[in-house]
Design a protein around this ligand. Structure first.
Ligand SMILES: [Zn+2]
Length: 287
């Protein structure tokens, strides 16, 4: 009788002769097809660190083989479950800093490619540091509706330096405290006290709209029926105040332009601050 051999793990290793006998007995013998359960177990035995190739670099030859095997093949579209798994795995992770060349490559690839509405909304949210919920309230930032005077230089040199705090009663937040749901600091919003986007471009307001605008003014200021806005009226039309995100939303939601001046809380409050402190001028002089 031959000596019993044992593997490193202590398992019995059949002798040459026994292995030959087993081989003969099994030649031509077909195994029944593996059950799904069996396949899963076999697969799990080789997952991650259990795999004998785990952590080993792939050789150039092996890489080439994989490339050749996959060339010309297209992957089936990802299932919702796969997408969710990837999303969970990557949530909260930041992209590694990309090189200039890599960023240029991405930029080149995306330039001129039409974007879906969903994509546009996501980009807008990212640029402005707001959530989708906040976007639903605010919509796209559309500066075309405003007078050209309302550009970034105006924000920086005018409203930002003159008033650095939210003027909502009792708030006083600064840009640093103006944090969106995504945790980003945002510039204070520039709130048109009278909701007139043509402020500083008053010549663009059509005559039939003038009286509608006058309904937002204090009764002693409004000159209904006049073909042009008076200098006193213009002072009100041009009023702008800085507001934090929370209060900008609150003011626009609760006080529509339809409410007459005397019945408002915020419009009246903002106008009174500006008249008292700055003689009605929100910041820098124009014209
Ligand atoms: Zn505020």
């Amino acid at each position: 009788m031959t000596e019993v051999q044992k593997s490193k793990a202590g398992n019995y290793v059949p002798s040459e002769e026994i292995r030959r006998k087993i081989s003969i007995a099994k030649t031509g013998h077909k195994y029944p097809p593996r059950s799904k359960e069996h396949c899963r177990k076999l697969s799990e035995m080789q997952l991650g660190a259990l795999n004998h190739n785990y952590g080993k670099p792939i050789s150039a030859g092996a890489k080439l083989k994989i490339t050749l095997k996959n060339t010309g093949k297209t992957r089936p579209p990802m299932t919702e479950e796969q997408k969710l798994k990837i999303s969970i795995a990557n949530t909260g992770k930041k992209h590694p800093i990309r090189s200039e060349a890599y960023r240029n490559m991405i930029s080149k690839r995306l330039t001129g490619v039409p974007k879906s509405m969903d994509h546009k909304i996501k980009l807008s949210c990212n640029m402005r540091g707001i959530t989708k919920e906040e976007f639903d309230k605010l919509g796209f930032a559309d500066y075309k509706q405003y007078c050209n005077y309302f550009n970034s230089a105006f924000f920086k040199n005018g409203v930002r330096t003159a008033h650095l705090h939210c003027v909502f009663p009792g708030c006083n937040k600064t840009k640093k405290e103006n944090i969106s749901d995504t945790g980003n600091c945002r510039e204070l919003s520039c709130h048109h006290v009278l909701s007139i986007r043509q402020a500083y471009c008053e010549h663009k307001i059509s005559k039939d709209k003038l009286d509608m605008i006058r309904k937002q003014l204090p009764t002693e200021i409004a000159r209904f029926g006049e073909p042009k806005l008076s200098p006193e009226e213009k002072v009100y039309v041009r009023m702008v105040v800085p507001l934090c995100m929370e209060h900008h939303g609150h003011v626009t939601d609760t006080e529509t332009p339809a409410v007459p001046y005397e019945q408002t809380t915020y419009r009246k409050h903002f106008c009174e601050i500006l008249m008292k402190k700055y003689n009605g001028k929100s910041f820098i002089e124009v014209e």
